[in-house]
Design a protein around this ligand. Sequence first.
Ligand SMILES: [Zn+2]
Length: 265
Amino acid sequence: MKLFAGILLLVFPVVLFSTYSESSSVPFSDKRVFTVIVDAGHGGKDPGTTGTTGVYERNIVLPIVLKINDFLSKEYSDVKVILTRDKDEFIELKNRGKIANNEGGNLFVSIHCNAKKNEENDKSGFEIYVLDLARVDEAKDITYEENRFIAKNEKTDSSYIIQRKIEASIFQQAYLKYSNRFAKIIETEMIKGSKLPSRGVFQAGFWVLLGPSMPSVLVECGYLSNTSDEAYLKSEKGQTEIAKSIFKAIRYFKMDYDFENSLMY
Ligand SMILES: [Zn+2]
């Protein structure tokens, strides 16, 4: 029995590890408490996108983030969860990255909802993004919905973007493999745990992903321009299922992290 338990202990993490990882060394290995930064997009004077029923993105992503926090707090005593906002308030772009870095985050996940452009056909489902540094300069383009408010209204000086681009070219590229891994885990969990279809994992020049020096992803949880997605995203059930899926993805990513770190000490 003892031997069986020992084998289980040996095999279980390997099974989990092989489910989600490519073999590699961890570029962020240390003994700090695992810290995850969960970022509710927009807030306050920045409403984000507007749904077909008039609901604002800022008010959908906040309860999802609070639920992720609840799940993590209940499950782990050895995970520190930092929310960039826990109420409806405006947080400057710079500060989202600053909070993440000052807290020594190991993982950053930004939660958003999408909307189709006027000229596009109806779209449905969730998308997950990692940073594409080469496309950061397209960020002021209005096709980058997530950057539009910042570009128009926030006094984000270009020197900040330039400075972050230089730092990100050193750090974020090193984290990209882990960002991609985390993105794939989220996709798997959301396919299993939510009713929304996956539209895929993509790279984009989202400014919010420039700030944190750690593996970082942005989740577009669904399309508020689609009546079915919107109803699901507004519902308690939908918000809980999405939050639980992202919580599980964080849990699996941490298992990878713990496993890789255990190999190094
Ligand atoms: Zn957004």
